[in-house]
Design a protein around this ligand. Structure first.
Ligand SMILES: CC(=O)SCCNC(=O)CCNC(=O)[C@H](O)C(C)(C)COP(=O)(O)OP(=O)(O)OC[C@H]1O[C@@H](n2cnc3c(N)ncnc32)[C@H](O)[C@@H]1OP(=O)(O)O
Ligand SMILES: CC(C)C(=O)C(=O)O
Length: 510
């Protein structure tokens, strides 16, 4: 069996998903979970992009051990110095520098000749090598590049000290056989290729990211770049869970394995979905809600006779187990504590007591408190640092009423309130919040889903709100969907406030 390394870029390319902006704390939380998942390399961010990203990458490098932490840098001195400053305290740091090599990108975007690009790539790797030994070089838009030119660039950067060569399908244009043949040609023509690891990074514009990455395994690459839930720029990246489970389930075909702890997959997927606000489609392979659900009679009959009839992998392998203890209003501390421990959610005594009292309040409102509800209770606790909180909410709406909402908020010990009308009760409530705070949010995305099945399920609302030039996401959960919407909107306002994207005018203090 060959060992394939998993390079996770959820915190860099994944964060490039429109509407996603993780703060340093959230990045760190995901990074710790990626460590538990067993990824080999964790690309923590693009430090030059913003002070927040720099801070997030730095904290990850300082705190997350047993995994190589990479930072992205364009092929210039400023980016490379900045990336190095962010990761220098890491246990096993990697500078990842890149430049585009396709005729389209060189001509229109970089406005440089191939010779200039070659020179810039070599200089960048040389500078990075003067800082640290592990250097990854990526040829952006490699799959639309000329083979001979690309091999020349790769030969040059190997000589300059690159240890990993990445051959991305940046725009998701390749098809599996064509990509495998392209990779073989590059490997054949690159001098010194035997000294380095070869990597691929596939985008999903044609829905082929995973197929192309697996074709690359067949062509002999050593590293796969991917993101949890396949999030990322445009249609996203190759999904980590799909790659890992394809290699695992079809060892007979690929003759390759990874170091991923598969039982951490479901938990990681849930965490990334929650913190990014990017929901997982129900029929998503491996981690979708329906991935192990059997609906039709003939399938159920087959499953009852022998699970192998319709199940190619057991849900337990990705960490999804049937719950034998149902948590509800009659549950005590032991049962709740045990479930939290099973879920890897360790809380100290005071945080547990606070969570337990909110658990009881929720259990009064719904029959069963599910795993998703527990994750949500823990998340709410983290958001307790919010500076603007909901005090109360009143809405009136109906077939012959103008929807009206009154919202009371707390900010710096003051109680603020105002009322507004809107197209519907949610719109009215958002307008009331803006009126109270003097903000002007424009809702660019709103989605509502039940946290779990059942008529008493909590509603989970995810919003993306534009404040001026900036997009920010928020998420709220409640048994009342208007309250969930308001909590989601307020989370977005709080995040925008912390980043200095909105200012609060306290006109309505009481
Ligand atoms: C395929 C990928 O996913 S690559 C990663 C993409 N991710 C991101 O872009 C997210 C973070 N990006 C950012 O925050 C900003 O774009 C920054 C901070 C990196 C740069 O911001 P700005 O300096 O304002 O430049 P802007 O983004 O407008 O333009 C990019 C510039 O970088 C140049 N550039 C692009 N790629 C590279 C590269 N690999 N190496 C060197 N220069 C590059 C472009 O030619 C352009 O240069 P120009 O200003 O001389 O025309
Ligand atoms: C920076 C590189 C690896 C990239 O993200 C891409 O080519 O898609």
């Amino acid at each position: 069996m060959r060992r394939i390394e998993i390079f996770d870029t959820t915190l860099r390319d994944g964060e490039q998903s429109p509407g996603v902006a993780l703060n340093a704390e959230e990045k760190l939380q995901i990074a710790h979970q990626l460590g538990k998942l067993g990824v080999n390399v964790l690309e923590a961010g693009f430090p030059i992009a913003s002070p927040g990203d720099f801070a997030g990458v730095r904290r990850i490098a300082q705190e997350v051990r047993n995994v190589s932490v990479a930072a992205l840098a364009r092929a210039n001195a400023k980016d490379i110095e900045c990336a190095w400053e962010a990761i220098s305290e890491g246990e096993s740091p990697r500078i990842h520098t890149f430049i585009a090599t396709s005729p389209i990108h060189m001509r229109y975007k970089l406005q440089k000749s191939p010779e200039e690009v070659l020179e810039q790539a070599v200089q960048a790797v040389r500078l990075a090598k003067s800082k640290v030994s592990d250097i990854e070089f990526s040829a952006e838009d490699a799959s639309r590049s000329d083979v001979d030119f690309l091999a020349k660039v790769f030969s040059g950067v190997i000589q300059a000290g690159a240890t990993v060569l990445n051959i991305p399908d940046t725009v998701g244009y390749a098809t599996p056989e064509e990509y495998a043949a392209f990779l073989r040609a590059i490997m054949e023509h690159t001098k010194g290729i035997e000294k380095v690891k070869v990597s691929v990074h596939c985008h999903n514009d044609l829905g082929l990211a995973v197929a192309n990455s697996l074709a690359a395994v067949g062509a002999g690459v050593h590293q796969l770049e991917c993101t949890v839930n396949g999030i990322g720029e445009r249609a996203g990246n190759a999904a980590l869970e799909e790659l890992v489970m394809a290699l695992h389930t079809r060892k007979d075909q690929f003759k390759a394995e990874t170091s991923i702890v598969t039982s951490e997959i479901a938990r990681t997927s849930q965490l990334v979905s929650r913190l990014t606000g990017m929901m997982i489609q129900h029929n998503k392979a491996i981690v979708g809600k329906n991935a192990f659900a059997h609906e039709s009679g003939i399938h159920q009959d087959g499953m009852l006779k022998d699970r192998s009839t319709y199940e190619i992998m057991s849900p337990s392998i990705i960490g999804v187990d049937a719950e034998s203890i149902v948590l509800g209003k009659h549950s005590g501390r032991h049962a709740v504590q045990q479930r939290l421990t099973d879920l890897g959610l360790e809380l100290d005594e005071s945080r547990f007591e606070e969570l337990f009292s909110r658990f009881k309040l929720l259990a009064d409102r719904k029959r069963e408190v599910t795993t998703a509800d527990l994750f949500s209770l823990v998340e709410e606790q983290k958001e307790k640092t919010d500076q603007i909180t909901l005090d109360y909410l009143q809405v009136s709406s109906g077939t012959h009423l103008v929807p009206t909402a009154t919202v009371g908020l707390q900010y710096e010990g003051q109680r603020l309130a105002d009322a507004a009308c809107g197209d519907g009760p949610v719109d009215a409530a958002f307008k009331a919040i803006d009126k109270v705070l003097g903000t002007q949010g424009i809702l660019s995305h709103y989605s509502l889903q039940a946290l779990d099945g059942g008529e008493d399920a909590q509603g989970e609302v995810t919003v993306t709100v534009r404040f001026g030039e900036n997009l920010v996401a928020g998420r709220g959960v409640s048994t009342d969907i208007i309250e969930a919407s308001v909590r989601g909107y307020l989370q977005a306002v709080n995040r925008a406030f912390v980043r200095g994207w909105v200012k609060i005018c306290e006109n309505n203090a009481s």
